[in-house]
Ligand binder design. Sequence first.
Ligand SMILES: Nc1ncnc2c1ncn2[C@@H]1O[C@H](COP(=O)(O)OP(=O)(O)OP(=O)(O)O)[C@@H](O)[C@H]1O
Ligand SMILES: [Mg+2]
Length: 273
Amino acid sequence: MDKTQAVQEPSIQVPALEVRGISKSYREKRRELPVLKDVSLSVAPGEFVSIVGPSGSGKSTLFHLIGGLTEPDQGQILLQGQDITGKKGHISYVPQQPALFPWRTIEDNVILAMEVFGVPVREVREEARKWMHRAGLGGFENSYPHKLSGGMQQRASFLRGLLGRQEVMCLDEPFSALDALTRSDMQHWLLNIWEENKRSVLFITHNIEEALLLSDTVYLFSSRPATVLHKVKVPFPRPRREEIAEDASFLALKRELTQYMREEQKKMLEGSR
Ligand SMILES: Nc1ncnc2c1ncn2[C@@H]1O[C@H](COP(=O)(O)OP(=O)(O)OP(=O)(O)O)[C@@H](O)[C@H]1O
Ligand SMILES: [Mg+2]
């Protein structure tokens, strides 16, 4: 091989996040519930990846494993090639339930992730207030979580994840409690921020249109125990326009993925009888 050829070889890129052969069962008394079976996926640096799968299939469990909140029976979680299996604090994580601390004000909840990273307090507060205003939480900085609606709490939890300084962000249905218009605003917002900063994102959603609008790659999970059923490269150009959702090619792909999901959902429901 001559020198020019060597230069043209694509360099092997270490994934920002790699889930390698993960299996997990929950054990309660004498019952064993297999939840994840040999799940592998990866997020390249700056990539936006979504997971879509039936309810109860094991998606949040996978995030608990990535976040180090629980340990797998088999497999590894790698962050930039380093094994972080069972270790906490390496990713920015927005859980499915907002999980705000009830004794901290909304602003103090939002700044938590930056505080942990040792960003100077004055800087942190300024940044948090700017974002809270943009997310429709202006005026609620000093309120406590129980005074906010479910959707407002979800936005505060989303902001907390967004303002974390980790390179990889894992978002578990961050917009599920929002009305269609607010959801669409938040999606745009996330897309803009992502296009500016190109953080690596792993995003769980039930909404196939949302997955196709936001992602570079979509993984479809099977019914429980979850395996990767399909990996779909999303072919639409960036920056993504909202109107893309009306294109024939978008609608055809959406229909195809919806059909797959219907079949999996049916298997889940039949299995639970
Ligand atoms: N800590 C736990 N102990 C025992 N079983 C659990 C635990 N956490 C989750 N499960 C079970 O594991 C399965 C997968 O749950 P998980 O929350 O991962 O699903 P999901 O795909 O995120 O669902 P949804 O889309 O509804 O959020 C469910 O049957 C659930 O009851
Ligand atoms: Mg879940």
